[in-house]
Write a protein that binds this ligand. Structure first.
Ligand code: AHG
Ligand code: MN
Ligand code: MN
Length: 327
């Protein structure tokens, strides 16, 4: 009888279609790193690692000790992966080259710990990954659009640790089995419901919002009596991985727009480590991901740590939000 919950390795080698074996090794190294980060998170209170590292990253954000631990775990777990040419991390100023790049080599982008403000309060956090390939020998340009992604994934350190992956042919979720530590398939071909009655936005920023965001949220809040003619629910976890996972599971729309406060920076979320991989996963699950209007995956990056506005989730709702931008 076929195992209804094949391991990640079995899925990659027998069920996911033809894949370069070196990409399989890289994905397995990423998954191993996530297991190790999960352990570091579980033991953080004993090891005194829950607090601030006392350092600031290149983007001017305070680093948590676990941001740095997770970054180090991923680098050590993946740096010997065959054909991996460079690591590009949210927590590091520049790309870390492991070899001189050859055509087809892999580039790994990652947000080692996403939602790290949730660590102290023991709520869900995650890690986000994106893989592209070197175009030609000697090509050290890592600034490729999201359409160039070969695969994207995230780990969610929640009540169940999960690894959610897309190689461009649908989205597959693997749960970490207690005892063996194996990631085993539990969520095949994840699909986002097209319609939704749930939105996610940090409402404390309302005074900074642009007119279209303000109008969209006001119409949702007006509920049954307003122009939408239905009641909406609202959720915000302050961990993009957790919010995206909820949307992949039961639908919804997630907004982190550019506003009057973050406008100079371009938004809050990072294109290469957050917006692109999540947009890839959301589109692969039948949803949509935009900057408010244009598609995230089509944007040509201008810098490693570039920030962008992000609107993603159920396709109909993302399209409706874009309509609010049309005068
Ligand atoms: P990170 O912990 O990697 O810096 O990312 C935090 C991000 C994202 O996970 C989340 O959606 C958002 O920042 C939360 O922002 P607010 O603090 O404005 O809620
Ligand atoms: Mn993040
Ligand atoms: Mn982070």
């Amino acid at each position: 009888m076929t195992d209804p919950h094949p391991t990640l390795r079995r899925f990659l080698t027998r069920q996911a279609g033809p894949i370069d074996p070196n990409l399989v090794f890289l994905i397995e190294d990423i998954a191993s790193a996530c297991r190790a980060i999960g352990n570091a998170l579980r033991n953080a209170a004993f090891e005194g690692t829950q607090g601030h590292a006392g350092a600031v990253n290149v983007q001017g954000e305070d680093q948590k000790t676990l941001d740095l631990i997770a970054d180090d775990i991923i680098a050590r777990s993946c740096e010997n992966s065959p054909d991996l040419a460079a690591l590009v991390s949210e927590e590091r100023e520049a790309a870390h080259w492991l070899k001189s790049p050859e055509a087809g080599d892999y580039l790994l982008f990652y947000d080692p710990l996403d939602g790290s403000s949730n660590i102290d309060v023991n709520l869900s956090v995650g890690s986000i990954f994106s893989v592209t390939q070197v175009a030609a020998e000697g090509d050290t340009d890592v600034l490729k659009p999201g359409t160039a992604q070969r695969c994207a994934a995230y780990a969610l350190y929640g009540p169940t640790m999960m690894f959610v992956l897309s190689l461009g042919h649908g989205v597959y979720g693997f749960s970490c089995e207690y005892g063996t530590g194996d990631f085993r398939l539990t969520h095949a071909r994840m699909r986002i419901p097209e319609e939704t009655g749930e939105f996610a936005i940090n409402a404390s920023r309302q005074r900074f919002w642009t007119a279209p965001i303000r109008a969209y949220v006001a119409d949702c809040l007006a509920g049954e009596d307003g122009p939408r003619g239905r009641d909406f629910n609202m959720r915000w976890t302050a961990s993009m991985v957790a919010d995206v996972h909820r949307i992949l599971t039961r639908g919804g729309i997630f907004l982190y727009p550019a506003d009057a406060d973050n406008h100079g920076a371009g938004g809050k979320l990072r294109l290469l480590y957050e917006a692109n991989p999540m947009a890839f996963l959301i589109e692969q699950a039948g949803g949509a991901a935009t900057l408010g209007t244009g598609r995230i995956l089509d944007l040509a990056p201008e810098g490693h740590h570039q920030r962008v506005p992000v609107v993603l989730g159920s396709a109909q709702e993302v399209a409706r939000l874009a309509d609010y931008h049309t005068p």
